[in-house]
Design a protein. Structure first.
Length: 200
């Protein structure tokens, strides 16, 4: 598809960008503040990213510095930062005073499965009974993590990026990216199971 876009033709470019519409929506949904998500539709940000990608595609194809999907992801992250800045700093009325009506996009069933693996590797009737409490604890734990730690967990677990892609996106070696991910998981586990660190 990149070769077709490089050869030219609006249809080829449209097919290429259309292929990444849903992955971009997932990236943006995971990182959009729940309060802000009430005011800004993730689809609008996706559209802005794809428009910018279309405008800069010739430049990218001439000198691709990273895989195409990671390039799009960087454009999306920049757009998310701009959106947060515009709504948090430029407006007189702070949106932080509003209570979110929805949970963060990462607070889904797959997150609960991750937390269950970190807290209790075996599925038992007791662990099934605390499913709802675990969900609440995971949301709180993810909020307590530093931005870098939360981001790498989102990249690996929710976006399902490979370690190689994470390394390229963050400008790290694959070994360093892997260690950062493992450290982030350990921090998440320490928040979920605070007493374990003292006893181990």
């Amino acid at each position: 598809m990149l070769d077709d876009a490089r050869a030219g033709g609006d249809a080829a470019v449209e097919r290429l960008l259309g292929e990444f519409r849903e992955p971009l929506r997932r990236v943006i949904g995971l990182r959009l503040d729940p309060v802000l998500a009430r005011r800004v539709d993730a689809s609008d940000i996706v559209q802005d990213v794809l428009l910018e990608a279309n405008q800069r595609l010739t430049e990218y194809l001439r000198t691709p510095g990273m895989p195409f999907h990671l390039w799009l992801r960087h454009l999306a992250q920049d757009r998310i930062i701009d959106t947060h800045r515009r709504h948090r700093q430029a407006q007189r009325r702070s949106i932080d005073k509003e209570q979110p009506l929805q949970r963060p996009a990462w607070a889904d069933e797959s997150s609960i499965q991750l937390a269950a693996q970190l807290v209790d590797g075996e599925e038992t009737p007791a662990s099934a009974a605390i499913h709802h409490e675990l969900q609440r604890r995971l949301e709180a734990a993810m909020q307590e993590l530093a931005d870098d730690d939360r981001d790498i967990i989102l990249m690996r677990h929710h976006e399902q990026l490979s370690n190689q892609d994470v390394a390229a996106s963050l400008g790290l070696t694959e070994a360093a990216a892997s260690m950062r991910y493992l450290r982030a998981l350990r921090k998440l586990r320490a928040v979920l199971v605070p007493d374990e660190g003292a006893s181990s």
